[in-house]
Design a protein around this ligand. Sequence first.
Ligand code: FE2
Ligand code: FE2
Length: 160
Amino acid sequence: MIDIIGLISSAHNNQREKIALGVEYSSMFGPTYEKSNVTTVNFNKVIKYLSENLLVHFKQEEILIDLIEENVDTTAEEQRVMSKILRKHKELRIGFKKLNEVISRDDLDYEMIREFSEKSRRLLNDLFQHAREEDETFYPFVREKLTTENLLLLEARIKK
Ligand SMILES: [Fe+2]
Ligand SMILES: [Fe+2]
């Protein structure tokens, strides 16, 4: 049997790596913004990678949360943790969507660049905190509470 929980949560390692790169690039934007500039290209690649990664990862976590809600007895605190995750996913999805829209524009001026690099750093930091919080408050009880039967069901739903 594969370690399906490990598989889902291991996406955080990739995310952390890309977040660090994204933060570094975003601090390198100067007063002139050129789409062909190496920093811009690298930054855009990181954001694109993360956006695609999150689409899949959040979906998997939401399948997991649905399954827990249907099959596992949870405490009020555990329910609070899961509601917070769902809220945060929504917020982060919107954040990345907006950032992608800004990135694809051609008419950014200095003020917009400053705002956009600051906002992107905040967004990346938010994602970093989110993954850390899940590692600390969500995955420990998931690992403890899910039965083999739950895990097999999860595997089947994720593969679909
Ligand atoms: Fe998440
Ligand atoms: Fe996660």
